[in-house]
Design a protein around this ligand. Structure first.
Ligand SMILES: Cc1ncc(COP(=O)(O)O)c(C=O)c1O
Length: 396
């Protein structure tokens, strides 16, 4: 089946006659005998025992994502960070070496830095956009985990999935949040685990905190056992919204990709904009890689304002260029997160990456006049008009 059909048909084996996802809010289930209790207690994939282990609604969501990813198994988590922290804590121990991409969602980088301080993880940061960087940093026999994020948040930088998939030895994890399985499937390229903050496009309506990881049953059983102890399981309610969102993933991504491509082309020509990052633009450093590994560009783009020509007042805070530009926008709303129906604009410098040191921000290329846009489902013409009027106000 094509993925457009899989999103509609998958995750229904437990409740085949219900068209809508079925919510099982129960935290625990009655068993017939001590023998049955023991069997269920020891099988962490049992969906009718205790919902920190597994749950029928969560199981349906996991089944659907596994099918879409072409994976043997999937595990849903309470958030993308719940997924990331569970994977790292399950697979790495004190003193292990991990190779991690420099261009990461801010809290993911903070998590790795915390793990370095707390568990003496040996951390090598690499520029994921540089060919061969990951493979060169791997220390055979010592590196336990390779962690990449492609496209990266917020500058949609691309890492070569075929290079990642060719790395033998460590477990290779790809955070593919900005490119759900309709766009790319890291496991097809040889990665061991594909990870998503399903809070974003997969659930897609800004109403569910969810993470999900797909891969081999063996790896997923191991990770599940840790996440059961950590309590990082997804709630049934969020999984229900995740599954409901998944049904429209293909049409939402097609529409968001088209609108984002339209906006990226126009914004790139705008005199007040210094630079636009979007995988389909020829000016994007990962443009040919995008053609190789992505079926659609996705709905995320970033741009940099030509600040000095826009305003002589470069003071920060409410008088700063970023704040003024945000205030001028009427349709695109100032909010974190991405992948929902509403177009959202974020200022990574003060939000998603605010916890990082100036030198880390510089290494990631995140300047004060850079904005990330999560393109929604509004009419493309209305969105362009909104950006144009906001940019015009900045020039007067
Ligand atoms: C690429 C990426 N990975 C992980 C996360 C964390 O996901 P969550 O907010 O669901 O914990 C985010 C959140 O923005 C993200 O953008």
């Amino acid at each position: 089946m094509h993925p457009e059909t899989s999103v509609i048909r998958s995750g229904r084996s437990d409740q085949p006659d219900s068209l809508a996802p079925v919510l099982f809010p129960s935290t625990n289930y009655v068993t017939d005998s001590l023998e049955q209790t023991q069997t269920k207690a020891c099988d962490l994939t049992e969906q009718r025992f205790y919902s920190r282990h597994s749950n029928p609604t969560v199981g349906a969501f996991e089944e659907a994502v596994a099918e879409l990813e072409g994976a043997e198994a999937a595990r849903a988590f309470s958030s993308g960070m719940g997924a990331i922290s569970s994977v790292v804590l399950a697979l790495c121990g004190s003193g292990d070496h991990v190779v991690v991409q420099q261009q990461l969602y801010g809290t993911t980088l903070l998590f790795f830095q915390w793990a370095k301080a707390q568990f003496k993880l040996e951390l090598t940061l690499v520029d994921g956009t540089q060919p061969g960087a990951f493979a060169e940093a791997v220390q055979p026999g010592k590196t336990k985990l390779v962690f990449a994020e492609t496209p990266s948040n917020p500058l949609v930088g691309l890492t070569d999935l075929s290079e990642l998939g060719a790395i033998a030895g460590p477990v290779v994890v790809v955070d593919s949040t900005a490119a759900p399985p309709i766009i790319q499937r890291p496991l097809d390229w040889g990665a061991d685990l594909s990870l998503h903050s399903a809070t974003k496009s997969i659930a897609g309506h800004n109403d569910a905190m969810l993470g999900v990881v797909s891969g081999s049953k063996e790896l997923l059983d191991w990770i599940r056992s840790y996440s059961v102890m950590l309590g990082a399981n997804a709630s049934a309610f969020d999984a229900m919204n995740g599954l409901r969102g998944l049904r429209t993933l293909a049409v939402r991504l097609a529409r968001q990709s088209e609108t984002a491509w339209f906006l990226a082309r126009h914004l790139e020509q705008h005199p007040a904009i210094a630079r636009v990052w979007f995988p389909w633009l020829e000016s994007h450093p990962g443009h040919s890689l995008a053609n190789q590994q992505m079926k659609l560009p996705g709905g995320i783009l970033a741009f940099e304002l030509k600040a000095p020509s826009l305003s002589p007042d470069l003071a920060q805070g409410q008088n700063g260029v970023p704040a003024k530009f945000m205030q001028n926008l009427k349709l695109a709303q100032l909010a974190t997160s991405m992948g929902g129906p509403e177009t959202l604009i974020t200022h990574p410098f003060t939000t998603t990456h605010a916890g990082l040191l100036p030198e880390e921000l510089e290494a990631m290329g995140i300047g004060e006049n850079i904005f990330r846009v999560s393109v929604g489902l509004e009419h493309p013409g209305d969105l362009l008009a909104d950006f144009n009027q906001a940019l015009k106000l900045m020039q007067t």
